[in-house]
Write a protein that binds this ligand. Structure first.
Ligand SMILES: NC(=O)N[C@@H](CC(=O)O)C(=O)O
Ligand SMILES: [Zn+2]
Ligand SMILES: [Zn+2]
Length: 432
């Protein structure tokens, strides 16, 4: 199938036409209509923004092990509807993705589902237990070609193991993505430690638990000469540390989640576990700092940390509930709300933090590329003028634990093309 996308604005710039076919962008501008075959499918994209397909560095797909909450199929279908064309599948599955066998299984499931490209993340340590390094090289050299390694959900707390992991991954151009949480400082913690935790009587999680690990690890990365990535950075102090590390030339990148760009610990007053997440929602000062850090490039990317959970693990009292929120289907809207409509970003900046840079960090070929002739046709068409009230029941994820339910958010993904194939049309997955 060949598609003629008429009048879309690439990266929010001047409107033009795009001809997509044979998996590639075949032509742009006046050439597109001229070169279109007679059976071309025309898409009126007036008022739509064209972006390179989004790339998520941090997605929990839950397969193998918790297929009741998400599968590779359901999660990648939700991702496509959210405008993504590639996702990194986190390693905290059951069994843990700590062998070439498991990462190849996840990679194959992703390929067979066909919604987005799935890049499995390999665990840093066996069973995420933080004791022995997993077979990092075997995962890197497997069919899944793992480049991102993370014990996400758990911190690689042992500095000797962290050092070794940085040394090994450097050898094959990989990166360790650290879930920065000093475990001794967060025992029993339920939410951000501050005024609100004291008032509602929940055990607090101090900002320093995150910041201490980031400070340690950027220094370790400098010592070893390796690159390092920081998962879901959430505090003003963390932004300062990463800014300092970058100014020193340390090869560090960092991500922020949509929920940490928009929500604060005030929401814990509701005792609604939809707002329970790791790291916890922080203060409005932290939200301002992560927005500023994303705006000035200290924070490189937005990553969803899509963390689906079963109803029984969320529909219970706060302290018994699981940590985590879904995010694939709302990420672009939250970035538009916080950084475009209410911030300094243009659409080229959105493409940078949600596609171009995550593809570079994850070493994902064919994604985050310019919308130019000859490039792979991984393209997302967005209507920035749309307004939607979020309804978890309408989401395609197998889980419903969105923290944005009932909120009106801007923007809607109308079309997602994976290598020229329309996997989402008019906002719906192609099989619907
Ligand atoms: N973010 C969360 O609150 N939970 C994640 C783990 C993680 O990202 O640390 C999960 O796997 O549920
Ligand atoms: Zn994490
Ligand atoms: Zn996570």
């Amino acid at each position: 199938m060949t598609y003629l996308v008429r009048g879309a604005a690439p990266l929010g710039g001047e409107a033009t036409d795009l001809l997509l076919g044979d998996g590639r962008i075949l032509a742009t501008g006046p050439d597109a209509a001229r070169e279109a075959p007679s059976d071309v499918v025309r898409i009126d994209a007036d008022g739509l923004v064209a972006l390179p397909g989004l790339v998520d560095l941090h997605t929990h797909l839950r397969e193998p092990g918790r297929e009741d909450t998400e599968t590779v199929f359901s999660g990648t279908r939700a991702a496509a509807v959210g405008g993504f064309t590639a996702v990194h599948a986190m390693a905290n599955t059951q069994p843990v993705a700590d062998t070439a066998g498991v990462v190849e299984q996840v990679w194959r499931l992703g390929r067979d589902a066909g919604w987005v490209d799935v890049r499995p993340v390999g665990a840093v340590t066996v069973g995420l237990a933080g004791e022995r390094l997993a077979e990092l090289g075997a995962m890197a050299h497997s069919a899944a070609r793992v480049r991102v390694f993370s014990d996400d959900g758990k911190c690689v707390a042992d500095p000797v193991l962290m050092r070794r992991a940085l040394e090994y991954t450097k050898a094959f151009d990989g990166v360790v993505a650290q879930h920065a949480q000093e475990p001794r400082l967060t025992e029993g913690a339920q939410m951000h430690e501050g005024v609100v935790s004291a008032e509602v009587g929940l055990t607090g999680w101090p900002a320093v638990a995150e910041e201490a690990i980031i400070a340690r690890d950027v220094l370790l990365a400098e010592h070893v000469g390796a690159r390092i990535h920081i998962c879901h950075l959430s505090t003003a102090g963390s932004v300062e540390i990463v800014r300092w590390a970058k100014s020193r030339g340390i090869d560090v990148t960092a991500e922020v989640t949509p929920h940490h760009l928009l929500l604060t610990d005030e929401l814990a007053r509701t005792y609604d576990p939809s707002f329970k997440v790791n790291p916890p929602l922080r203060t409005s000062e932290d939200v301002a700092a992560v927005r500023a850090g994303l705006a000035d490039g200290t924070i490189d990317v937005v990553a969803t940390d899509h963390a689906p959970h079963a109803v029984e693990d969320k529909d219970c009292e706060w302290s018994a509930a699981a940590f985590g929120m879904t995010g694939l289907e709302t990420a672009l809207s939250v970035v538009q709300a916080t950084m475009v409509d209410d911030g300094p970003f243009g659409w080229a900046d959105v493409a940078r933090v949600l596609s171009v840079t995550p593809a570079v960090i994850g070493r994902v070929a064919d994604h985050g590329r310019p919308l130019a002739v000859g490039e792979p046709a991984n393209v997302t068409l967005v209507d920035p003028s749309a307004r939607t009230v979020v309804d978890g029941a309408a989401h395609l994820s197998a889980s419903r634990n969105t923290p944005f339910a009932g909120r009106e958010l801007p923007g809607a993904v109308l079309w997602t093309f994976l290598r020229g194939r329309a996997v989402v049309r008019d906002g719906k997955p192609e099989d619907a």
